[in-house]
Design a protein around this ligand. Structure first.
Ligand code: C5P
Length: 303
């Protein structure tokens, strides 16, 4: 997450994430799933601009960054600016936690596709906590912000940590930052329809055969990219493919490309491939765009 001041506004660049590993261990009594996941942040950003208001109103205006038009629910990067939006929920949670009545106007420029497993909403939530803590001069410490983050969503803590990579456990909120060489090259595609995280988790089953995240971490640390690519794993992918035929179609598209490996991110429907160079992923992105499969972009891991 990157922050800069722009006159009276505080501007935050909120990154997307990709899950290189996701293992479901068990279903918990609170309805969530116990998991182990390895997340890396990637250089595709939503931009959020925060400006204090004289009134006590919290206002959100959401735009599709490619067109700067207000978003509609149906567009690929569409996001609702209604009360359920995580930016509004984060601002309201922060205000009620501290007991202040301050106002803010937030302009949210969406680039990260929604319902994609790329963490856009969670990243926006973390950005809101950090920005308003500064703008309203609340002086909450990291521990307090982390506690609020876990109330907003399982992945919000990862983005709040600012780590470029982490192994996350529990329901995702226990974050162990990793120091990995940056600069993995990804091509990422999100088919024309998304999936709700809750629906994918509702339909998934804990893995019968456990995969190990340590081997993947070790390969990445040593820069052994081909070995790491062999160890990608996502136990939600089979469920997502059953729920949404676009995921299987996109997998088949990626299978025909020259990439080290490919897999679905998080609960989908976004799908990514790892290449050996920026040139290689750009070439694959061009072919996927020509096939008109949905949203396609390239990105590198790192801050
Ligand atoms: O935590 P978050 O609000 O992002 O999760 C959305 C939904 O995904 C939850 O309501 C839950 O149904 C499911 N989920 C889960 N186990 C997790 C994370 C999410 O079952 N570890």
């Amino acid at each position: 997450m990157l922050l800069r001041h722009d006159g009276r506004s505080l501007v935050v660049y909120a990154p997307a994430k990709i899950n290189l590993f996701l293992e479901i261990l068990s279903k918990r009594s609170d309805g969530y799933h116990e998991l182990v996941t390895l997340m890396v942040s990637v250089g595709i950003y939503d931009t959020l601009s925060f400006r204090e208001e004289d009134s006590t109103r919290i206002r959100l205006r959401a735009f599709d960054a490619s067109s700067c038009r207000p978003t509609g629910l149906v567009s690929l990067s569409g996001v609702s600016a209604g009360r359920n939006n995580l930016v509004l929920r984060s601002a309201e949670l922060l205000r009620s936690h501290v007991g202040v009545k301050r106002g803010v106007c937030v302009d949210l420029y969406k680039r990260i596709p929604v319902a994609a497993g790329l963490g856009g909403g969670s990243s926006d939530a973390a950005a809101t906590l950090v920005a308003l803590n500064r703008l309203w001069d609340l002086r909450l410490n990291v521990g307090e912000l982390t506690e609020l983050a876990s109330q907003l969503g399982s992945d919000v803590g990862f983005f709040l940590s600012g780590a470029s990579a982490a192994v996350c456990r529990g329901r995702g909120e226990i974050v162990e930052p990793l120091s990995l060489p940056d600069g993995l090259h990804f091509v990422i595609a999100r088919p024309r329809s998304g999936l709700s995280t809750a629906t994918v988790y509702e339909n998934c089953r804990p893995s019968p055969r456990r995969h190990d995240v340590d081997d993947l971490v070790d390969s990445l640390r040593r820069g052994q990219l081909a070995r790491a690519a062999d160890r990608l794993h996502n136990s939600l992918q089979a469920t997502a493919e059953k729920l949404n035929p676009h995921v299987k179609q996109i997998r088949e598209r990626f299978s025909g490309q020259s990439l080290l490996s490919h897999m679905m991110s998080g609960s989908g429907t976004a799908y990514f491939g790892i290449g050996t160079s920026r040139r290689q992923v750009l070439r694959v992105a061009g072919r996927l765009r020509a096939a008109n499969i949905g949203w396609v972009d390239v990105a590198q891991s790192g801050p």
